[in-house]
Design a protein around this ligand. Structure first.
Ligand code: AMP
Ligand code: MN
Ligand code: MN
Length: 324
């Protein structure tokens, strides 16, 4: 895994950088943002950390999480370089960045999604990487940038969350070696797993009970839906659906799991696939993206409309891939 030379030069030479991660950020988005951000700061650079959405509660323990917010126009104007993390297209960082000053700066994209549309001026995309945080750790190592306990904790969180604690099929020896280096630098794996995977509220349990009550399964696909009414009845938020698709993915005799969540007149879909099945194309075709085994999209429509679209596209993909 080697970052392109022009990416290294841009990062080393810039004094003021703006780092951005994707909307509804996950552990890899926030972990990469903070990990690379802290390392660059400790190398003496001025770094602004931006994300269009708030940090989920289970990631708020990370150092610097409280300063992440939408990019201010001054930060945008002052930055010499913009680094976009864990995002496969421009929509993933929201429209506010489609502004003139943004386009005038060199934009670096660091990402591991196979569906990345290469929208930066310099694109470093490694679909075999298990997490963008793994790529950031490698970049820091190759550039000789500071790696202390804070940096390591953020990056380890990114790797742990995107690999579901080293359980996904892309968890290679290289991933474990990267995680080992972060633990050697002072990050505690026990702290990360406890913080990240022990954050359920009663409202979340209530929501999962309802969502699991509505599960359906047909032709090797298992799915469920979360409506606005369900969220309201439980006092839960759309973030409380995180992990539900992974839970369904563990169902015997299924190839694909899908969770549909109603959100602001749109539907947010989370998809998971068994090893040997690839649903990144289905998600990409419906306006999103992702990895072979984990993908998603957000699309205008009702739950019933999106369910029809995603199920027919999924069964078509399964037939094409010789699974049905
Ligand atoms: P999630 O189900 O939200 O955990 O997302 C699974 C994977 O799909 C992650 O790698 C996401 O980056 C990707 N993904 C989810 N939603 C979208 C979207 N709207 N556009 C592109 N990629 C997405
Ligand atoms: Mn992500
Ligand atoms: Mn990721």
């Amino acid at each position: 895994m080697t970052p392109p030379d022009n990416l290294k030069t841009l990062i080393l030479e810039a004094q003021r950088l703006l780092l951005i991660c994707h909307v509804t950020p996950d552990g890899d988005a926030i972990g990469s943002l903070l990990g690379l951000g802290w390392s660059l700061r400790k190398a003496g650079k001025q770094v602004t950390l931006a994300c269009p959405d708030t940090t989920p509660t289970e990631l708020q323990f990370l150092p610097g999480a409280d300063e992440i917010g939408p990019a201010r126009p001054e930060a945008l104007a002052q930055a010499e370089v913009i680094v976009i993390l864990d995002s496969s297209d421009r929509e993933r960082i929201a429209n506010q960045y489609a502004e003139a000053p943004f386009l005038a700066k060199p934009v670096i994209v660091i990402d591991h999604h196979v569906t990345n549309v290469l929208f930066g001026d310099v694109n470093w995309v490694e679909p075999t990487a298990a997490a963008t945080a793994q790529m950031c750790a490698e970049l820091i190592r190759q550039l000789g940038l500071p790696l202390d306990e804070e940096v390591a904790l953020c990056l380890l969180t990114g790797i742990v969350t995107d690999t579901r604690c080293f359980r996904t099929s892309n968890t290679t020896a290289e991933v474990l070696a990267a995680a080992t280096r972060l633990i050697e630098a002072g990050a505690s794996l026990a702290d990360v797993t406890e913080r990240v995977f022990r954050d359920n509220s009663l409202a979340r349990i209530c929501l999962w009970a309802r969502a699991l009550g509505g599960v359906q399964m047909k032709d090797r696909v298992i799915w469920t839906e979360v409506s606005r009414e369900m969220l309201k009845a439980c006092g839960a938020g759309t973030r409380d659906t995180t992990g539900l698709a992974n839970f369904l993915d563990a169902t015997r005799d299924t190839d694909v799991s899908i969770v549909l969540v109603e959100k602001n007149g749109k539907v947010e879909a989370s998809m998971r696939a068994q090893r040997g099945v690839d649903i990144s194309g289905v998600a990409f075709g419906l306006g999103g993206g992702g990895h072979p085994q984990a993908a998603g999209f957000t699309r205008q429509g009702t739950l019933a409309e999106i369910r029809e679209q995603v199920l027919s596209a999924t069964w078509a993909a399964l037939r094409e891939q010789g699974r049905a």
